[in-house]
Design a protein around this ligand. Structure first.
Ligand SMILES: Nc1ncnc2c1ncn2[C@@H]1O[C@H](COP(=O)(O)OP(=O)(O)OP(=O)(O)O)[C@@H](O)[C@H]1O
Ligand SMILES: [Mg+2]
Length: 273
């Protein structure tokens, strides 16, 4: 028998449109950020999003998280239309989003306390994820005492401790040095595979987009639309062989660069004409 629960997409976007107004004036300029985005994201899928700067990636992620509402269209999470943030979705931000005055454990425990978990149980859950990201020695440290990569791990542990099935990550490794970034990519892939998370992950880095993804969503330059969704058919785990040298990796990466490059060249031409 087919598993009907898994047939329901983790996230479904239907006709998402979003316009921003730049000021309160009567003749204020408006920006069409997203123009009709339709997409289904499968349960347990790792979807990366890539596209030129300003094409609406962050806007789309914020809409999926219900941090902002679309002007038109619908976000459906595991079969239910949503209009408010919920416990099935957790965000991880580029700038870590930690409370500087709270220790590592208190940052990770925070979403559980908000949800009125029993203190001992909350601590146990938080510690499990702190260990999972390798920060057990820094439980009582404060964010300013940690490196960027370590702070990002705290952000990840916090998102994991919410128990959310869906992780929404906006360039989470953008501010981390290249080597730490590779380790974080590996850790994230391990954790997501173990815990069957659905991940939507924005990046500017072509290698990262291909390395992590089951599918890559390529967005067109503003107003944002789905330009192409590309399958990345590479064996997992991807860190125990030379994935970057794999023919599929090289092909998908070259294709993405070709498409993005065209967009950037056109954008430059428009800006200078
Ligand atoms: N709060 C806002 N008010 C007005 N305009 C906004 C707002 N948020 C986004 N925009 C505009 O919407 C468009 C899409 O922005 P968004 O931040 O989603 O792009 P992005 O693809 O994430 O870009 P980047 O790759 O640089 O992070 C841009 O033109 C931006 O100026
Ligand atoms: Mg952005």
């Amino acid at each position: 028998m087919k598993d009907t629960v898994l047939d329901i997409p983790a996230i479904e976007l239907k006709g998402i449109r979003k316009t921003f107004t730049l000021s309160e004036d009567r003749d204020a300029k408006t920006v069409l950020a997203l123009d009709g985005v339709d997409l289904k994201i499968r349960q347990g899928e790792f979807l990366t999003i890539i596209g030129p700067s300003g094409c609406g990636k962050t806007t789309l992620l914020r809409i999926i998280a219900s941090l902002i509402l679309p002007d038109e269209g619908e976000v459906i999470v595991e079969g239910e239309p949503v209009r408010e943030p919920g416990i099935k979705r957790a965000m991880v931000f580029q700038t870590f989003g930690l409370f500087p005055w709270k220790s590592v454990i208190d940052n990770v425990i925070f979403p559980l306390m908000v949800r009125k978990f029993d203190a001992a149980e909350a601590r146990e859950i938080a510690m499990k994820h702190i260990r999972q990201v390798g920060l057990d020695k820094f439980v009582d440290a404060y964010p300013h005492q940690l490196s960027g990569g370590m702070q990002q791990r705290v952000g990840l542990a916090r998102a994991l401790s919410t128990g959310a099935d869906i992780l929404l990550m906006d360039e989470p490794f953008g501010a981390i040095d290249a080597q730490t970034r590779e380790l974080m990519q590996e850790e994230l892939m391990k954790i997501c595979q173990q815990e069957q998370k659905t991940v939507v992950f924005i990046t500017h880095d072509l290698d990262e987009a291909v390395l992590l993804a089951d599918r890559v969503l390529l967005m067109s330059r503003g107003p944002g639309r789905v330009r192409e969704v590309i399958d990345v058919d590479l064996p997992r785990p991807r860190f125990d062989y030379d994935v970057r040298g794999h023919e599929t990796f090289v092909k998908v990466r070259a294709h993405l660069w070709h498409e993005l490059r065209n967009d950037l060249v056109e954008q430059r031409a428009e800006e200078t004409s």
